[in-house]
Design a protein around this ligand. Sequence first.
Ligand code: GRF
Length: 225
Amino acid sequence: MISKKFYLFVFLSILLLLFLFKKNMSPRIVVLISGNGSNLQAIIDAINSKTLNGQIVLVVSNKDSAYGLTRATQAEIPTLIFPLKPYKDLGKTRIEYDIDLAKKIKEYNPNLIVLAGWMHILSEEFLNLFKDINIINLHPALPNQFDGADSIKRAYEAFKKGEITKTGVMVHKVIPDVDKGEPLLIEEVSIFETDSLNDLETRIHTVEHRLIVQCVKKILDELNH
Ligand code: GRF
């Protein structure tokens, strides 16, 4: 006679298989970072709380010192350190670097690539290898304002000179030009007379953490339907 324990075992096994199948089927995200990885963390947290129906299959950093790598390891996400320097030392080009990086990422079969603090421009050669998926970048400024590095500091200084009254955050599609490409989400951020640079940075990062999750959700929802 088959015992109740056996039925329970079969039932739990089916649940486990369904869970693993669903996890394997959820959209695959690769995140590229260069530093702290607080935006990576926002995505990890949103996946863990089921706000996002996706999985991060790889975190790539061009710097081995990036704290985001620790965050990824803590979340049991595979990591890849892929620095440019060895390429430069061998006299290889940026395009060669980008193509090798693209090949490594392709092995993980992503449905979405998120640049979250990635400090390299991606060349056309890289982007051409991912024509059928979204590649998005998070930038702490409004479109066409303060492209490139130190955007928050430059916005703060412009505010102090009376040149601007507000700044913002955007998530945009990636093209082979710094912080350009069609904006997908934009949010304005106020600057106040009493703000220190640190105050503004904190306010902007808070918006970034929300906006990057919102944009990833928008893309994943489209993929899931
Ligand atoms: C963010 O401000 C992002 O907009 C910019 O680089 C910073 C990365 O922060 N491109 P973190 O590494 O996600 O904490």
